[in-house]
Design a protein around this ligand. Structure first.
Ligand SMILES: [Zn+2]
Length: 563
C-alpha cells in the first residue's frame, strides 16, 4: 500500500496514465543519452516545434534506430525543410518521423537511390507499401545528419497520432533530465476593452517582477479597469544543454478561479501557423522575445488552449481588489509562479491607445484589392487576424508593403506592371523582398504577360529586381583532364547571386548522375559508389539554372581506373 501511494505521488502532475498512453511502446531512436536542443511545442518562426531536436554530439552519421515495430510508410528527400526524412507507421496507428538525416541505411538507402535514379531527381517523395520495408524496434534505419533547414547536426524526432497530429514525445515516457525551473522573462498586461486601462494607460504594459525568497514572483500592484488580458515571456532550460526550450503548460487563475490553460500535448499542422496569433507578433519582431498571450482572441482556433473562462480575459471593476496568478510548468513538473495583485481603478487621466491611421484600413474578413503606382496588392479574406491600417506606398520599382510587424496567415499577392521594360529585360525580372540591408531575396514570382505576380506571407519592402548573371559552377576536387581514381566523390560548388538556384542536372558520358544538393554549403556531391560509369574516360556535364532562367553549363573530362 505504501508503495502504491508513493508511485502515485511520483506520478504527480504529469501522470502518463491520464493520457492512457503506453510509456514503453516507443524507444529512444539514438543509442546516446537524450539531450535536446529543442522540445515539443517550443515557439519557432511561424510554427510550434512538432517534435524533439536531439543533440548528436555536434556530429553527423550517428546510427538512428526504429523507435518501435512497423514499416517505412513514407520517405521524403528535400533540399529544404526536413531534408532527408523517414516515416515509420506503427501497428498502433501512430507514426514516428526522423528528419535531417545524412542518409538512409541498408535496404532503405538502396530503395531511395533506385527511385532517385529512376526519376532522375535528388528531391523525391515515396510511399512504400506495407510489405516493402518492414522494421523491428531497434533496427538501424538511417544515420543522423544536418540536411534541410537544420542549423547544426541533430535528429528531429516526432511521434504523430493516427490523424497525423504531432504529439509530445514525452507523453510516451521518452524522458529528458530536467531539474531546472522555467524562466519567467517578463509579464505583460493588455488593455483589451475600449475603456480598459492598465496603470493609467491603454497601451500594453510590462509589469515589474519582484522575486520572492522561494524563487517565485510577485509583481508590483497593478491598477486596472475593464477587460484586460495578460501575456508572459517564458522558456525552460533542460539539464545538460544551454539552449532555451519551450515550457509545457501555463495556467492562470483570478481569485483562485481557473481562467485559462495552455498545454503542449499535441496540435495539428493545420493550426501551427496560428502561433502568430497566439504570440505578440509585433513584440517578437522588435524585441526578439516571444510573449504568449494568455487569452484567446478572435481568429485563434488553437487546440493547445485546454481550459478557458471568458477566453482567459479578466474584467476589473472600479474599487475592487483581485489576485491574478500565472503558473508555468515544464514537463517534469518544475514550477514557477507569478502573482499579480490588481486594484480596480478607473482613471480619468490616462495615456490613450495610439492608432496611426493611413488611407488603407483593411477588414480582416473581407478580400481587399489595392493599387499603388505600378503595383497592385490582393489580400484575400482572413489573411489578417485583425482589422488594421496598413501603410502601403509605391516608390518607382519599390513597394513599401507595411512593415513586418503584423502577421499574415494566408498568402497575399503582389502584382507589378513591367510593361515599361523591354521584352528582353522582362525575362530577367523577379520580385524580391528587401532585407534590412536592402538586399533582395527571391520571392516565388510568376510571369503573366507584362506583369510579375508574387505570393508572400510577409509584409515588408518589395522591389522589381533584374538578374542577368548566370549561376557560378566551381569544381572543388577535380579539373579538366585529371586522374581521380582515389576520389570517392565529385564535389562542386554552385552559387547564384540574386534570384537563386532553381534546378540542376548532371551527367557522366550522357548518363544521369545523382548529385545531392546541400544549399547551406552551396555544394553538389556525387558518390562514385553509385557506379553510373565504369569507363576510364569520363565526360562530366552539369547545367545549373537560376530562378529567372539564366543558365550555366560546366563540362570537364576526368579519368578513373576501371576497378
Ligand atoms: Zn526539429
Amino acid at each position: 500500500m505504501k508503495m502504491l501511494l508513493l508511485s502515485f505521488l511520483l506520478c504527480g502532475t504529469v501522470c502518463m496514465a491520464q493520457h492512457n498512453l503506453a510509456t514503453d511502446y516507443f524507444s529512444n531512436p539514438l543509442d546516446i543519452n537524450l539531450i535536446l536542443s529543442g522540445n515539443f511545442g517550443e515557439l519557432r518562426s511561424n510554427h510550434f516545434h512538432s517534435g524533439l531536436d536531439i543533440k548528436t554530439n555536434q556530429r553527423e552519421g550517428l546510427p538512428v534506430y526504429a523507435s518501435a515495430d512497423g514499416y517505412v510508410s513514407r520517405i521524403n528527400v528535400g533540399t529544404f525543410g526536413y531534408g532527408k526524412a523517414l516515416y515509420i507507421l506503427h501497428p498502433n496507428g501512430y507514426t514516428t518521423v526522423y528528419a535531417h538525416l545524412q542518409k538512409y541505411a541498408g535496404k532503405i538507402q538502396d530503395y531511395v537511390k533506385e527511385n532517385q535514379y529512376k526519376r532522375e531527381s535528388y528531391e523525391i517523395e515515396l510511399f512504400p507499401s506495407a510489405d516493402l520495408l518492414p522494421v523491428k524496434k531497434g533496427d538501424l534505419i538511417a544515420y543522423s545528419g544536418n540536411t534541410g533547414g537544420s542549423g547544426g547536426p541533430h535528429l528531429h524526432f516526432e511521434i504523430r497520432d493516427n490523424a497525423q497530429r504531432p504529439m509530445n514525445p514525452m507523453l510516451f515516457g521518452i524522458n529528458i533530465h530536467d531539474t531546472r525551473v522555467p524562466i519567467v522573462k517578463g509579464v505583460f498586461a493588455y488593455p483589451i476593452g475600449d475603456d480598459a486601462q492598465v496603470n493609467h494607460s491603454q497601451e500594453m504594459t510590462k509589469l515589474r517582477l519582484i522575486q520572492q525568497k522561494d524563487g517565485n514572483y510577485k509583481t508590483e500592484d497593478l491598477t486596472a479597469f475593464g477587460k484586460i488580458g495578460f501575456g508572459i515571456a517564458t522558456y525552460d532550460f533542460l539539464d545538460g544543454a544551454s539552449n532555451k526550450n519551450g515550457i509545457y503548460s501555463v495556467e492562470t487563475t483570478l481569485n483562485n478561479t481557473e481562467k485559462f490553460e495552455v498545454r503542449f500535448d499535441k496540435f495539428s499542422f493545420d493550426e501551427t501557423r496560428y502561433l502568430n496569433r497566439y504570440t505578440d507578433y509585433a513584440y517578437s519582431q522588435t524585441n526578439r522575445s516571444d510573449i504568449q498571450k494568455l487569452f484567446r482572441e478572435s481568429n485563434n482556433p488553437l487546440s493547445i488552449i485546454t481550459k478557458e473562462d471568458d477566453n482567459g480575459y479578466v474584467y476589473i471593476a472600479d474599487s475592487l481588489d483581485y489576485s491574478y496568478q500565472i503558473v508555468v510548468k515544464d514537463f517534469m513538473g518544475n514550477t514557477r509562479s507569478v502573482i499579480i495583485p490588481i486594484k480596480g481603478q478607473k482613471s480619468e487621466d490616462f495615456v490613450p491607445r495610439t492608432v496611426t491611421p493611413t488611407e488603407d484600413f483593411i477588414y480582416a474578413d473581407h478580400a481587399t484589392s489595392l493599387s499603388k503606382g505600378k503595383f497592385s496588392v490582393y489580400i484575400p479574406a482572413n489573411s489578417l487576424y485583425d482589422n488594421v491600417y496598413l501603410n502601403i506606398k509605391a516608390e518607382g520599382d519599390t513597394l513599401k508593403l507595411h512593415e513586418d510587424v503584423i502577421p499574415l496567415h494566408r498568402n497575399i499577392s503582389i502584382t507589378a506592371d513591367i510593361s515599361n521594360y523591354s521584352e528582353e529585360d522582362r525575362k530577367k525580372l523577379f520580385l524580391g523582398r528587401l532585407n534590412y540591408r536592402r538586399k533582395p531575396y527571391y520571392t516565388a514570382t510568376e510571369k503573366q504577360g507584362d506583369k510579375l505576380v508574387a505570393k508572400t506571407r510577409t509584409f515588408g519592402d518589395y522591389a522589381i529586381v533584374a538578374d542577368y548573371t548566370p549561376p557560378e559552377i566551381k569544381p572543388l576536387n577535380f579539373s579538366e583532364g585529371k586522374w581521380i581514381s582515389n576520389q570517392s566523390e565529385l564535389r562542386i560548388r554552385i552559387t547564384d547571386d540574386l534570384s537563386g538556384i532553381s534546378s540542376y542536372r548532371a551527367t557522366i558520358n550522357g548518363k544521369f548522375i545523382l548529385m545531392e544538393y546541400e544549399y547551406k554549403k552551396n555544394l553538389l556531391t556525387y558518390d562514385f559508389s553509385d557506379a553510373v560509369s565504369d569507363d576510364t574516360e569520363n565526360n562530366f556535364k552539369l547545367i545549373v539554372i537560376d530562378n529567372v532562367g539564366n543558365s550555366a553549363t560546366f563540362e570537364a573530362k576526368f579519368f578513373r581506373k576501371n576497378t
